[in-house]
Each structure stands twice: as C-alpha cells, then as structure tokens.
Write a protein that binds this ligand. Structure first.
Ligand SMILES: NC(=O)C1=CN([C@@H]2O[C@H](COP(=O)(O)OP(=O)(O)OC[C@H]3O[C@@H](n4cnc5c(N)ncnc54)[C@H](O)[C@@H]3O)[C@@H](O)[C@H]2O)[C@@H](O)CC1
Ligand SMILES: [K+]
Length: 532
C-alpha cells in the first residue's frame, strides 16, 4: 500500500463507500471493531488461550463506537471486559449508539473517572478519540489511562489504540499539548504498544512512533479509488497537495529502477549521465568522495570531483573510477558547465563555507540538476533569501533539522503547530525548489505542495544510519539518479524518493556496524535483490 490518506481524504473514502452502498456506517464500525480484535489476537497470541482481562475506554464519537464493538467481541471470546465511557449516550451518533446498546446488554458502562479500582488488566483499549480529534484532549483521558496502569496485581498491561492514540493529531504526527498536559507527557502516557488503523495509514502514523510501537492497518472493505500500480504513478503527474508514502510498492522493484533510469536501454557512459561533486580544501575530501562513490554506484556513467589545486594529490591517492577536475573559482565551474553532458552537481559535503558561497551561485546560474547539502546550506544561514533567489526547480536542498532551522527559522518555530509535512511544504514553496527534510521520518516536498514521506520507523528503523557521512551518501545517491534519468521519467521529487528509499534499504541490508562507506557498497546486492 503506497497511499497515505489524510483525515479529510479518509472521511471522503468512507463517505464514498457508503454512497456507493459498499457498506453502511454501522457495517464499517462492526468491521473496524472486528479488525481491532483480530489484530490484538494476532499480535498477542499468548493472551488468547487464557481468560484475559480487558479495560475499554470509549469516547463520545465513532471511535467510541468502535470501542463498544471491541468490548462485545472480546467478551464473546470469553474475555473479562470492563467498559468506561466519556460522554453522553444520548448524544452518540446512531451507529455508535447502536453499538453502545449492544454492549449494554452484556455488561455495564461505567464513567471514565472511575477506572481506578480493580485488578490491572492484560489489555487497555483506547477508543476515546480517533481521527475526529479537533482540540487537545481533556485531562480525564490520560488520567484514566494512568489510573488503569497503576492498578495492582493482574496482567502486564498492553495498550492498544483504536485508529490512533487519543490526543494524537494523525495528520501532523504529534500529540496536541493541552493547557495542563505537554505533548511529551501525553506521548509518554498514551503511546500504545499496538495501534490498529483502518483502510490506509494516515500521515501521522508514518511520521512518529508516538502513534504506536507497532502499527497494523486493517481492511474494512472501503475499496480503493487509488492506483497502486508503480507505472501509473510515474505516468500521471503527481497532483499538487498529493501526499505519498515511499514504500517498496513504488520504490522497491527492479522494474521501477530500470524504468526511471532507462538502464536496460543500451547506453554509453555519457548517456548515463555525468555527476560533478565539488569538494573543499586539503583534508576535507572524505565527504565529497563518499557522495561521489554513491552517485557512481547508483547509476551515473561518470563522476568527477572538482577540487582546488592543492587537494589533487590527496584525492588522487584515494580514487580510481572517479575522475578529478580542478575547480578553483566560480569562473572554472561556469566553464565546465558549458559541457551539457554534465548533468548534475553536488555542493555541500566537505565544501567549506567560503568555497560554498563562491561556487553555489555559479552552479545555480545554469538550470542544471543540483543537490545542495551541508555547507552549501549553512553558507547562506545569514542571508537565506540570497540562496532562494538563485534556486530553480531542478535543485534540491537536503537539510537535517539543524540546517533546516538555519535556513527557515520561522517555519521551524511554527513546526510544533504545523508539523513536519507542512513545514517542508512551506520551505519548498519559499525556496522554489524541492526540499528534503531528513530524519527517521523524512519528508520531501515540492514547491507546488506535492509531498512524500519516507518512514524508517518500527520494523524499518535503522538507528545505525545515524553515522558520520551518511548524509553525504544520500546527496550522492540523489545526484546519481538525477544524472542518469530523464526528467520526464524521474523528476527531482522522484529521485529524492528513490534515493531515500535506497539509502535506508542499503543500511538495512548491512545492519549494525555500518559506516557511511559501506552504504554505496550495498547497492549491487540490493539491486540484485530488487531484480534490476
Ligand atoms: N463511518 C465512519 O465514519 C467510521 C468511523 N470509524 C471510527 O470513527 C472515528 C472517527 O469518528 P468521529 O468522527 O466521531 O471522531 P472521534 O470518535 O475521534 O471523536 C470525535 C468526537 O469528539 C469530539 N472531540 C474531538 N476532539 C475533542 C477533544 N479534544 N475533547 C473533547 N471532545 C472532542 C468531537 O466533537 C466529536 O464529537 C475513527 O477514528 C474510527 O475509529 C470506524 O468505525 C470506521 C467507520
Ligand atoms: K483512539
């Protein structure tokens, strides 16, 4: 599944399913509850044979309705179930009211403030708020969770969230701080062991493990109005405002790689593209060499490193397939760029501030694919507008959080409210080029608002990728892909998506102990696995 749905899109998909009579609201609710129960039993099979004890917290909306279904289905499986409700049964939607009443025939509905007594359960189900969250949650909710957690005896409580944890903004991927509770505290109390969402993941699920240590997406028969065919995704221009999840479905096939890079067509080295990585002074060349090697491994036909005269000997001692060119001033670079076969330039890794300030304007003076990272970003921290004036739509900025803050201080300041996706979109719109905001969840945005999330969380977590030089390799991967692909087959956003996916897969393939030099060396093995 490669599509993410925002809350608004999910509501649309549900409404469409109901309009087309694929399911009634009540059937969807029943399936949602059944999906949660199945996910619980699948995830904790050891619980099933005993006579487990569950506490279900139900809220005032349809998320609460799902909770009543979960309570009933667990009770029917022989579980001991307690239900606590926050709200007024008279004001429940018709569907949720029906589920409330069905449960009431089986057991009592107690008030959410009364969760403190009894034995600690095996399972606590959070069905208080789902995607309908519109403001910070009342303090009763984390208080109820805390009260159940602090019960004595009984089971080793597991927390399950229905659709999303209560208080978690599933579009933005963060807890909403309230007047008395901080987002951090909420995260600590409400982050579930398992989150079960419906139909499609929402952006927040893929942005933060605060949504759940484990995520399961269950089908509730809404059907899909979306294409998951990689070829269709390439052919149709991505709509502004579209949000995609970078997943193996779209990125992980050799067919995709061959399609976008044209590798299968007989090509000579110049046709496969020439990348120029600009390097800094003596002793600073490692970062540029790693970027260069990544560009070469990922598919560029030729890669050169542009160095000041004094650094030639250092690089020459370490390079074979990669070529060396002397680039001293902006003038030298402009002269080199007259060769149109030179299709992509990388500036930043180990470049040094002075050289960056001199060479970035020259590199951006022609409309050539350009990856700007590290020093090429920091060199403009005092005057970001100067950089933005020069940028164009074949350029990409690849900042980590610190570099992002330096270039976009106001957007960073607003991030606790806007979230990372909107922050990346605002940055791309201001910069006039694609922006890749690095992190365990990477967000890539185009100036028109089209954005992608790459989620290296949970089973795809690669904490060992946080190692010196990993970012330089990412810049090189994106550059290599941009050089070797035709813009019609792979735009800058597409190259950044594929580069980010390959970067994480290379790290996953290697495993712990990884150093940045290992990343490009994993590509041949990865490509074989992908069937390139
Ligand atoms: N047909 C559907 O719409 C389906 C919905 N499903 C469930 O329904 C959920 C969405 O239902 P709702 O739209 O009713 O939304 P929620 O159940 O998330 O809660 C919304 C209710 O709480 C109120 N509210 C929101 N934030 C609050 C806050 N901080 N403090 C106090 N009250 C607050 C809202 O005004 C509304 O009454 C999904 O998350 C999913 O669990 C599933 O049953 C599948 C089908
Ligand atoms: K919930």
């Amino acid at each position: 599944m490669s599509e993410l749905l925002t809350v608004a899109q999910m509501r649309e998909a549900e409404a469409l399913a109901m309009r087309e009579k694929r399911a009634s609201g009540r059937e969807l609710m029943e399936r949602a509850g059944a999906g949660v129960v199945e996910a619980i039993c699948g995830h904790w099979p050891d619980l099933v044979p005993g006579a487990p004890h569950a506490v279900v917290l139900c809220g005032p909306g349809n998320n609460g309705g799902d909770g009543f279904v979960v309570a009933r289905l667990l009770a029917q499986r022989g579980w001991q179930v307690e239900v606590f409700f926050m709200g007024d049964a008279e004001r429940l939607s018709a569907d949720a009211r029906a589920m409330h009443d069905e449960w009431s025939a089986l057991g009592p509905v107690k008030h959410i403030d009364d969760t403190g007594t009894g034995e600690r359960p095996d399972l606590l189900v959070d069905a208080v708020f789902g995607i309908g969250l519109s403001r910070p949650i009342p303090a009763e909710v984390p208080a109820a969770v805390a009260a159940v957690r602090s019960r004595r005896g009984g089971g080793a409580l597991k927390l399950v969230a229905v659709d999303c944890p209560s208080g978690f903004d599933v579009d933005r991927g963060q807890y909403l701080a309230g007047p008395v509770t901080s987002a951090e505290d909420l995260g600590e109390w409400m982050t579930p062991d398992l989150c079960v969402t419906f139909h499609r993941p929402k952006p927040g699920h893929m942005l933060s493990e605060g949504a759940g240590a484990v995520l399961k997406v269950v089908d509730i028969g809404i059907g899909t109005p979306f294409s998951t065919d990689p070829a269709a995704l390439v052919a149709t221009p991505k709509a502004p405002d579209a949000l995609r999840l970078i997943s193996p479905d779209t990125q992980g096939t050799g067919g995709w790689y061959n399609h976008v890079t044209g590798l299968r067509a007989a090509r000579h080295k110049y046709e496969r593209g020439h990348v120029l990585v600009l390097a800094g002074g003596v002793g600073q060349g490692g970062a540029a060499r790693m970027a260069a090697r990544a560009a070469l491994r990922v598919g560029a036909g030729l890669v050169s490193i542009g160095v000041p005269q004094a650094a030639i000997a250092e690089h020459a001692a370490q390079l074979n397939a990669i070529m060396l060119r002397v680039v001293i001033e902006g003038h030298d670079l402009r002269h080199m760029l007259e060769d149109e076969r030179l299709r992509c330039i990388v500036l930043g890794p180990g470049l040094g501030m002075r050289r960056a300030a001199m060479l970035v304007p020259a590199a951006l003076s022609v409309r050539r694919a350009c990856v700007l990272d590290a020093d090429a970003l920091t060199a403009f921290a005092d005057h970001p507008a100067r950089l933005f004036e020069m940028l164009h739509d074949r350029a990409i900025l690849t900042p980590h959080d610190g570099e992002f803050r330096r270039l976009f201080p106001d957007i960073t300041q607003a991030m606790p409210e806007t979230g990372r996706i909107e922050a990346a979109r605002a940055a791309a719109a201001r910069a006039g080029c694609t922006v890749l905001l690095k992190g365990a969840a990477t967000v890539i945005a185009r100036p028109d608002g089209c954005a992608s999330i790459h989620s290296a969380l949970r089973e795809r977590a690669v904490p060992w990728l946080g190692t010196a030089g990993a970012g330089d390799v990412l810049a090189g991967l994106i550059a290599g892909l941009l050089a070797t692909s035709e813009p019609e087959a792979l735009d800058v956003l597409g190259a950044a998506e594929l580069g980010t996916w390959l970067h994480v897969e290379a790290a996953r393939t290697f495993g712990p102990g990884l150093i940045a030099e290992d990343l490009p060396e994993m590509l041949p093995q990865l490509f074989r696995r992908m069937g390139v």
